[in-house]
Design a protein around this ligand. Structure first.
Ligand SMILES: Cc1cc2nc3c(=O)[nH]c(=O)nc-3n(C[C@H](O)[C@H](O)[C@H](O)COP(=O)(O)O)c2cc1C
Length: 150
């Protein structure tokens, strides 16, 4: 059983619904999940999580949603190293925008800066191509969890 910190960035709720589904799947696999829609460095560092997951939409022009932006900034300001810790990013976006899944890219870069490791590359979920983002996320999650939570 592993402990996973699941940070969510969402504007209109799609990423939140995906994160809730992901949390259910992880719990079914026997893991503990802290789903956080107001993610913070304090919550991340309050216990020694085994892995970090980020589910985020992109807003504006490649921007991180308001409820995840403080976490992104705080991680950059305080640099709490996560050396060797597995992470994964589920990035929701829409390929008709210029910066497709830009928020997911930013979060991924930040976690790499903190020396976390991605056993499986992030997944991008395109609103123009799927109406079942939660199923797409779970498909990716199976591979990620096998690699990150073994
Ligand atoms: C105002 C607005 C701006 C957006 N900007 C981008 C963008 O720059 N890049 C991208 O890939 N998707 C962009 N999107 C698409 C959303 O990220 C996508 O629809 C996502 O599934 C929304 O998730 P949410 O309901 O959790 O906010 C934008 C959507 C809106 C409404």
């Amino acid at each position: 059983m592993k402990q996973i910190y699941l940070a969510v960035g969402s504007v209109t709720g799609t990423a939140t619904a995906v994160a809730e589904r992901v949390a259910l799947e992880l719990k079914d696999l026997g893991h503990e999940v802290q789903l956080d829609s107001q993610a913070s460095v304090a919550a991340l560092t309050q216990q020694d999580f085994d892995a970090i997951l980020v589910v985020t939409a992109t807003t504006g022009q490649g921007d991180i949603p308001d409820n995840l932006l403080p976490f992104y900034a705080e991680l950059g300001d305080t640099m709490p190293l996560q050396t060797g810790k597995p992470f994964g990013v589920i990035a929701l976006g829409d390929s008709s925008y210029m910066n497709f899944c830009g928020a997911g890219e930013k979060m991924e870069e930040r976690l790499y800066e903190l020396q976390a490791v991605a056993p499986v590359p992030k997944v991008t979920i395109d609103a123009t191509e799927t109406v079942t983002p939660d199923d797409d996320a779970v498909f990716w999650l199976k591979e990620w969890s096998a690699a990150a939570l073994a």
